[in-house]
Design a protein around this ligand. Structure first.
Ligand SMILES: Nc1ncnc2c1ncn2[C@@H]1O[C@H](COP(=O)(O)OP(=O)(O)OP(=O)(O)O)[C@@H](O)[C@H]1O
Ligand SMILES: [Mg+2]
Length: 758
């Protein structure tokens, strides 16, 4: 096909630009990602560039996959093979794996990538070892300080210790690094840091890659940080062909070190760069664009951009001010259900966005109560589950026996009589002998009671450890002898009797097994690639990667995770001062500007309809409080808004209460069935009018219930959850609890032994 087809003049100019440097700066929905995709196809097809001479960086794995399949659609199958297409993290991991054997790096090529949980648990351990007060120095904040340093390319040696706090960070940083190296592990920041160091300090490595990559292309350039920018410069240093697209107004990752001034740096470093502006928006209606512009225009120090659309005015943005957060959630459910039941829209048309992850809980509950499926974007749901983490830990141990974080996780899972004390003795023995714990396990497995360590650990403990050691050795042998990933996976399940362990006959047990089975299916997909790549991909899943395209359901996601995506209709929730803009930003101009950009990104995801929601009252942080409306709402001209707030006027409210159908009279989405929508509205009146922590629905209790809705509770194996409903049936208290780990569960209170947290 003609690769310049369906592009406007500026877009074609960018796609077919000659060699050198190109900067495409343009607003949302103007086709930047489309241009980048076409450009890759064009390079291969029209300019004869070989795929393996191309490096393209996307912001998420999902974006990389989509780009890949789009290019294959354009060029036909297999024309892309060899191209390096992925996120900064995955590209760095690839470079480091190739180079780790050279002795230039402090880990070998079997290194594992520790996820956020692992990282914080190491910090926690270090804090304990160093006797630091974790109430004053929170593990997550120390970890953030370390991460910050790494993103700014500041190593332990260069870390300034100008005050007490920095001294603490430095001490923790030092031990944290030691722990990573001892585990043959890297964290996310290391991937970048070590790649940049390698490229900067080793000319022949730099040359190799710089020669290889004749063309370097980058999407979402405004969100690169210093280290990423350095990396790009090194990689493009031989051919100097670098093509970046971005929008300063959509820079929303400052907290991760992103610096939109990289755009200025680019112009300074490459004075000959051609700059292309795209001005037509193909995504949104004029109303959406006008509202978005009104919001972003208030930011200072920005270059105003022209952006027009030929899609027509479209409908106004709908504003709804709910009496409380439950009513806010109920409104979303109603609006979606009405359109879906009338056939006016499909589940996948909708996205519900929020500023902080904590806000998702109530919205999820509302979906659960309504029995409506949804897609929650975030790695937690699947990969955060205990059983999934267990199996991954076994696989990581096989891959990298030095990984003590994984070892400590599964050494006694399922229980095999290796207590915490035995584990500690094992670790201190290893430290004393300057050995890895895994080597001692292997030795015990090999030599049994003839092992040097047998007596030191005691007979019983040694026997248990020896068994574990033999099992590990057998798994490694299987892999070394060419066994496939699926066969290793199954062998682990059989040897550990993992299924018997988790399938206890309960519904939860079945759920857990299904998760293991899902992971197994994933492992099968990687049979060709092997364990390395499987683990790497697991470690690098980002939030957007958890969106299952096949599910036709509304998407729930943070504004941050919404970057680059588009939806027919977008709900932006929590437009309250303190939430959006977030309270942390109220006293800092730069932060406030970033909050504004975040709101801007949210609005501009919408093709047709934006809903702006807020709640007068919120219980987010444990107590109820009244909120002011977000200042950002004031920036949107009245003429673009249509209010559907129940308090907008007495007359409107009265008509809503007596059952007159407000969906029919005021909706912009056609004519839902009158009766159905009225009923659903009525069904929700109870929760809509409710204020304060009361049950959503409850049959009149016969005896006093011990648990109340909205209580936070903790369960032995499912962790923390929220009570949604409590009722008495046949003298038993029956609870519906939503657990973070496993979702909604129904429990008998007397058997479940829940602990009340708050
Ligand atoms: N010339 C065109 N003709 C028709 N549709 C187009 C054209 N250019 C872009 N589009 C469509 O417009 C939408 C937005 O494009 P794209 O996602 O590439 O924009 P973007 O600039 O990358 O947006 P964002 O800044 O949000 O990442 C997509 O659905 C895309 O297919
Ligand atoms: Mg884009």
């Amino acid at each position: 096909m003609d690769l310049l087809e369906n592009l406007n003049r500026q877009q074609s100019e960018a796609v077919s630009a000659g060699p050198g440097q190109t900067l495409v700066l343009a607003g949302p929905g103007s086709g930047k990602t489309r241009v980048l995709t076409r450009r890759i196809a064009y390079l291969i097809d029209q300019m004869g560039v070989r795929p393996y001479n191309i490096l393209a960086v996307t912001f998420t794995n999902k974006a990389a996959r989509e780009m890949g399949s789009r290019i294959e659609d354009l060029l036909g199958p297999n024309r892309l093979s060899g191209v390096w297409l992925g996120t900064f993290h995955s590209i760095c991991a690839r470079i480091l794996r190739r180079e780790a054997g050279s002795g230039l790096l402090p880990f070998d090529s079997n290194f594992v990538i520790f996820d956020a949980d692992d990282q914080v648990s190491i910090v926690r351990q270090v804090i304990k070892d160093l006797n630091i007060n974790d109430k004053i120095h929170r593990p997550t904040s120390l970890h953030a300080a370390i991460s910050d340093a790494k993103n700014n390319m500041i190593g332990v040696k260069d870390y300034p210790a100008r005050n007490y706090r920095e001294e603490v960070v430095l001490r923790v940083y030092e031990q944290y690094e030691k722990a990573l190296r001892a585990n043959n592990a890297v964290d996310f920041d290391d991937l970048l840091l070590w790649t940049v160091r390698l490229l900067a300090e080793t000319p022949q490595v730099r040359e190799t890659y710089a020669r290889k990559f004749e063309h370097v292309l980058v999407d979402e350039f405004q969100d690169t940080n210093m280290a990423q920018y350095e990396m790009l410069r090194h990689l493009a240093s031989a051919h100097q062909n670098i093509f970046v697209v971005g929008d300063e107004d959509q820079s929303i990752y400052r907290w991760r070190g992103a610096d939109y001034r990289n755009v200025l740096r680019f112009e300074k470093d490459y004075p000959g760069a051609r700059k292309i502006l795209l001005e037509q928006n193909y995504r949104s209606t004029q109303s959406v664009l006008d509202a978005a512009r009104a919001v972003i225009d208030r930011n200072r120090h920005r270059t105003p951009k022209r952006l027009f659309t030929e899609r027509g005015a479209g409908s106004k943005l709908i504003y709804y001010e709910a009496p409380d957060e439950r009513a806010e959630a109920a409104y979303i459910i109603d609006a979606i259900r009405n359109q879906m039941s009338s056939g006016a829209a499909k589940g996948r048309d909708f996205a519900v966005m929020y500023r902080t992850n904590a806000q998702s809980r109530l919205i999820e509950e509302a979906f659960l109560h309504a029995g409506m499926p949804y897609r929650l974007v975030g790695a937690q749901r699947f990969y955060g589950r205990r059983e999934v983490k267990d199996i991954i830990a076994f696989l990581r141990l096989v891959h990298n026996p030095a990984d003590e974080v994984s070892l400590s996780r599964v050494i006694n899972v399922p229980p095999r009589a290796i207590g915490a004390k035995t584990y500690e003795t094992l670790i201190s023995l290893a430290r004393g002998a300057d050995q890895k714990a895994a080597d001692i396990l292997a030795d015990l497995g090999r030599s049994g009671s003839a092992s040097l360590y047998w007596d030191k650990l005691g007979g019983r403990a040694s026997a248990a450890l020896a068994n574990f050691g033999m099992m590990l050795a057998a798994w490694r042998a299987l892999l070394v002898n060419g066994g496939s990933l699926p066969s290793l996976f199954d062998r682990i399940l059989t040897d550990t009797r993992y299924r018997e362990y988790i399938e206890d006959g309960s519904e939860e047990g079945r759920d857990r097994w299904e998760n293991v089975d899902e992971l197994r299916r994933l492992a099968f997909e990687y049979s060709e690639h092997g364990l390395d790549e499987f683990l790497e991909n697991l470690a690098l899943v980002s939030d957007q990667d958890t969106i299952r395209e096949s599910d036709d359901a509304p998407t729930l996601l943070t504004l941050h995770a919404a970057k680059g995506l588009e939806f027919n209709q977008v709900f932006i929730t929590g437009l309250d001062e303190g939430l959006l803009p977030h309270s942390r930003s109220l006293e800092d101009d730069e932060e406030m500007a970033e909050e504004r950009r975040l709101f801007y990104v949210g609005i501009t995801r919408a093709k047709n309809q934006v809903y702006l929601l807020r709640s007068e009252q919120r219980s987010l942080y444990g107590s109820f409080a009244y909120q002011d409306a977000s200042r950002f709402l004031n920036d949107i001209p009245e003429s673009l808004l249509q209010s559907q707030s129940p308090r907008a006027s007495r007359a409107q409210r009265a008509s809503a209460w007596d059952g007159a159908d407000r969906w029919d009279s005021r909706s912009t989405w056609g004519q839902p069935e009158k009766e159905a929508s009225r009923q659903s509205y009525r069904a929700n009146v109870g929760s809509r009018a409710y204020s304060g922590p009361q049950p959503i629905q409850r049959s009149a209790p016969v005896i006093e219930t011990q648990y109340k809705p909205m209580m936070r509770v903790s369960h032995n194996s499912w962790g923390e959850g929220i009570v949604l409903e409590s009722k008495v049936e046949d003298g038993d208290e029956i609870l519906k609890v939503h657990f973070e780990s496993v979702g909604m569960k129904q429990l008998v209170a007397s058997l479940a032994k829940l602990k009340i947290i708050s």
